[in-house]
Ligand binder design. Structure first.
Ligand SMILES: [Zn+2]
Length: 137
């Protein structure tokens, strides 16, 4: 005697198709740098001139624009002693293929890192550490 279970009896039934709506992703990215929270936003205004561009903003409204460029950005000074950059009277060879250049408009980058520290300011270091920017080399 053959006895079909209910599952076997219905296994050839056409499954009802569910209507799947597009996935919804309302999201926000926060990065903590030295115990300070920054909201990370894509920066489309900078993106036209940069490969990747972000705006980091703190709760007090302070915001910094951080970007990655594939060629030296306008005014780029180059690492000190490298012979690269616009400040050097005899610019060196063209930048290596695949090299990236980072900029940030925070005071630390402008006054203490640009052309001096190839790793950049804390904003650049944090975004590189989490893969939002590529490492310089
Ligand atoms: Zn910075």
């Amino acid at each position: 005697m053959i006895c079909a279970t209910q599952a076997q009896a219905t296994s050839h039934a056409v499954p009802r198709r569910r209507t799947i709506r597009p996935a919804r992703a309302v999201c926000r990215l926060t990065i903590a740098i030295n115990d300070r929270d920054y909201q990370v936003h894509l920066n489309p205004a900078e993106a036209s001139a940069a490969r990747k561009a972000y705006r980091l903003s703190k709760a007090d409204g302070t915001a910094y624009d951080v970007a990655q460029h594939l060629s030296p950005p306008r005014g780029w000074r180059g690492p000190k002693g490298s012979g690269e950059g616009l400040d050097h009277p005899h610019p060196g060879p063209p930048p290596a293929r695949g090299r990236v250049y980072h900029t940030c408009d925070c005071p630390d980058f402008i006054f203490h890192r640009d052309g001096i520290d190839p790793e950049g300011c804390k904003h650049i270091k944090a975004l590189v550490a989490y893969g939002l920017l590529d490492p310089t080399e």
